[in-house]
Design a protein around this ligand. Structure first.
Ligand SMILES: Nc1ncnc2c1ncn2[C@@H]1O[C@H](COP(=O)(O)OP(=O)(O)OP(=O)(O)O)[C@@H](O)[C@H]1O
Length: 313
């Protein structure tokens, strides 16, 4: 009987603690091969710890982690040549020149990509002789990405790949990640940027407090029939209890989340009847709207609704 290959990543009941701080709290998720999968979550959600466990840098304290069907700690030797890792801090020595570093990493692999072409592709052609510590933040990020992919890995883990990059560099990075997927490589990335996840990812796992709180394609996560948003911004702070009272006024099928003291987000049908109810509620509560904006529900709203927090970097 033919067996289908193991998923790129299979995490089951992972628990990771630092002293008595629980960083990952019973996380289970699967990443299918040849996808771009985004792990989204606010600061401290446990994303980096989870990735480091997949990369074999940390041993699961509870639960199991499998990457390409292998145990990242026990089978490290077999797995290492098959995975690429882009670390948040870059991972290069400060005095080494950019191209020397890339060539050094390439030499560790049996069938590396052409480093000159890869550097050119990522816009690093002009800074090949620049010492690592003199590269801009965005250049260091791109070099980190080049180092992660130069060995033609089957799966690449990229932690916030475009943090600190200008828009042009972000686009180049996205194109490279899409090309890798096209070649059958699995890309697992963490990001704070909703637009990045929405634009790039085939599948998104949202984690918060070390737990999986939602999972799906960008479309699955953002759809919800006529679900849309109304953003109500007011001139004076809302009276206490406003979200609850507005929710009661709007009735079933709507969610109200307070964004800050001057703005509320209503998720639900943004139809004339809901709008009329919002303005009637304003009148009855002596609240003067500064703006009332309609929008389609996006990932940012989904995240906000699930966690009550914005996903600010
Ligand atoms: N080496 C460590 N020692 C102690 N606590 C740690 C350590 N590394 C992480 N933590 C804590 O564990 C929790 C999860 O951290 P982690 O870095 O995995 O989250 P994250 O989602 O990657 O955050 P960020 O988006 O800020 O990178 C946080 O509360 C963090 O403070």
């Amino acid at each position: 009987m033919l067996h289908s290959p193991a998923p790129a990543v299979a995490i089951d009941g992972l628990v990771m603690r630092y002293a008595d701080k629980v960083a990952v709290d019973g996380l289970s998720l699967v990443v299918e091969r040849a996808t771009i999968t985004a792990v989204l979550g606010p600061n401290g959600a446990g994303k980096t710890t989870t990735l480091e466990t997949c990369e074999g840098y940390r041993k699961p304290q509870q639960g199991t982690v499998r990457v390409l069907g292998l145990d990242p700690v026990r089978d490290r030797k077999d797995l290492l040549p098959r995975i690429g890792v882009m670390l948040q801090g870059g991972g290069a020595w400060s005095g080494v020149r950019a191209m020397e570093m890339l060539d050094h990493v390439a030499a560790l692999h049996a069938h590396p990509l052409d480093t000159g072409m890869l550097a050119e592709r990522l816009g690093l052609g002009d800074c090949g002789r620049t010492p690592y510590r003199r590269l801009s933040g965005g250049q260091q990020q791109r070099l980190g990405l080049a180092m992660a992919v130069v060995g033609r890995p089957e799966i690449v883990f990229v932690d916030e790949p475009t943090a600190g990059m200008d828009p042009q560099a972000r686009r180049t990075t996205w194109e490279l990640l899409e090309e890798l997927r096209g070649d059958g490589v699995t890309v697992v990335l963490t990001t704070h940027y909703m637009d990045e996840a929405e634009r790039l990812a085939d599948h998104i796992h949202i984690i918060d407090h070390g737990r999986l709180i939602a999972s799906g394609t960008p479309l699955e996560l953002t759809r919800g029939g006529a679900a849309a948003t109304i953003r109500l911004v007011v001139t004076r702070p809302f009276p206490p209890g406003s979200p609850e009272s507005l929710r009661a006024a709007l009735g079933e099928g709507t969610e109200v989340t307070q964004l800050d003291e001057l703005s509320l987000l209503v998720t639900g049908p943004a139809d004339p009847s809901t709008l009329a109810k919002v303005s009637r509620w304003c009148e009855e509560n002596d609240v003067l709207p500064e703006s009332l904006t309609l929008g389609q529900r996006n990932l940012e709203d989904v995240f906000l609704r699930l966690t009550g927090r914005e996903l600010a970097p």
